[in-house]
Write a protein that binds this ligand. Structure first.
Ligand code: TYM
Length: 337
């Protein structure tokens, strides 16, 4: 029986590769925190269905996402690493949470508003609207204490806390109220071609998105073509110099030097030097992750076994919470006398 705090987090398999924002904002924290936590990492495939997906590609993307977790440093012998749809309790608890979530409350979620406005409000699905309650179910099923995520997920974790508190006050103490864990630097990486907006897997122009599984030469090219700003000085200033500031954040996350130290190191040097160093740093970290992931995917038998074993483990925990929730809200247990 472990006494470590429980960690839960996940990523959507909504592209054929994770990107540098996912890596810095979430994966690096996951890798570090798995040492001090009883950690559960999920490939949230049901969430990916909230926008249209092509079935064959989705299947491939689910495996690719899991492979990148492993080769970026998630140890499947230490941590649980599974696919959300393999544990039916996620969808079941989400339904219960839907019944205690206000329509207005769900309408205020900024990610829903953004995605719905991009698709046109009428094209947005009910699933997209209910996305945050499924995410709350993911977290609450496992008695999660800590949820390491990027800045864009903060509002969803806040909603999860509200729902846990609401459930507990209506039906008695049942659910653990989780805390988000968000980095001070690197919680939001911006698009290299448009450093005013968050880097996103679904960006229309992929030149601003650095993917873990991109070929190293492509990664270097994208970074060297990053939009910088007028002026020459390498200085962190989100308002005046969003492009340079983004590159400094990335380099700081990869090289271990603080942004202030980097500003001093680049005194009297230009943007070209900065870009080259960022490209070298990113390629040297991503290249081995990429080649190991591609090797692992060549024969997915081992990966599928890891995912199946982990789903069994996760399922036991999830079923226990779901049974407690069903009992509290007055559902009948399925028993034979
Ligand atoms: P997703 O798949 O969009 O992103 C996965 C993780 O990467 C972080 N992230 C970023 N961090 C910094 N800069 C960026 N540009 C950037 N883009 C993404 C996200 O904050 C996230 O931590 N709703 C979640 C998935 C989810 C989940 C959960 C997470 C479903 N259930 C339960 C935690 C716990 C999402 O869409 O992540």
């Amino acid at each position: 029986m472990t006494t470590q705090p429980r960690l839960f987090s996940g990523m959507q398999p909504s592209a054929s590769s994770l990107h540098i924002g996912n890596y810095i904002g979430a994966l690096v924290q996951w890798r570090d925190m798995q040492k001090t936590h009883d950690a559960i990492f999920c490939v949230v495939d049901l969430h990916a269905l909230t926008v249209p997906q092509e079935p064959e590609r989705l299947r491939e993307q689910i495996r690719r996402t899991a492979a990148q977790y492993i080769t970026a440093g998630i140890d499947p012998t230490e941590s649980t690493l599974f696919v959300q749809s393999h544990v039916p309790a996620h969808a079941e608890l989400a339904w219960v949470l839907n019944t205690i979530t206000g329509f207005g409350e769900a309408s205020r979620m900024t990610q829903f508003k953004d995605k719905a406005s991009r698709q046109g409000a009428d094209a947005a699905s009910l699933g997209l609207f209910a996305y945050p309650t499924l995410m709350a179910a993911d977290i609450l099923l496992y008695g999660t204490n800590h949820v390491p995520v990027g800045d864009d997920q903060k509002q969803h974790v806040e909603l999860t806390r509200d729902l846990a508190n609401r459930f507990n006050s209506r039906f008695g103490d049942t659910l653990v109220v989780p805390e988000p864990v968000i980095l001070k630097e690197g919680a939001r990486i911006y698009d290299l071609q448009n450093p005013e907006v968050k880097m996103s897997k679904s960006a229309a122009n992929q030149n601003g998105v650095v993917f873990l599984l991109d070929e190293p030469s492509r990664t270097a090219k994208k970074i060297k073509s990053a939009v910088t700003d007028t002026g020459r000085e390498v200085r962190f200033d989100r308002g005046e110099k969003p492009g340079v500031s983004n590159l400094l954040t990335i380099l700081s996350s990869f090289g271990g030097q603080s942004v202030a130290e980097l500003e001093t190191a680049y005194e009297g040097r230009g943007y070209g030097d900065l870009k080259k160093d960022v490209a070298d740093a990113v390629v040297s970290v991503f290249e081995p992750i990429r080649s190991r992931a591609l090797a692992l995917l060549e024969d997915p038998t081992e990966l599928d076994r890891i995912l199946a074993d982990s789903a069994d483990r996760a399922g036991v925990i999830a079923e226990t919470t779901l049974a407690a929730v069903y009992d509290r809200i007055g559902l009948l247990p399925r028993t034979r006398r």
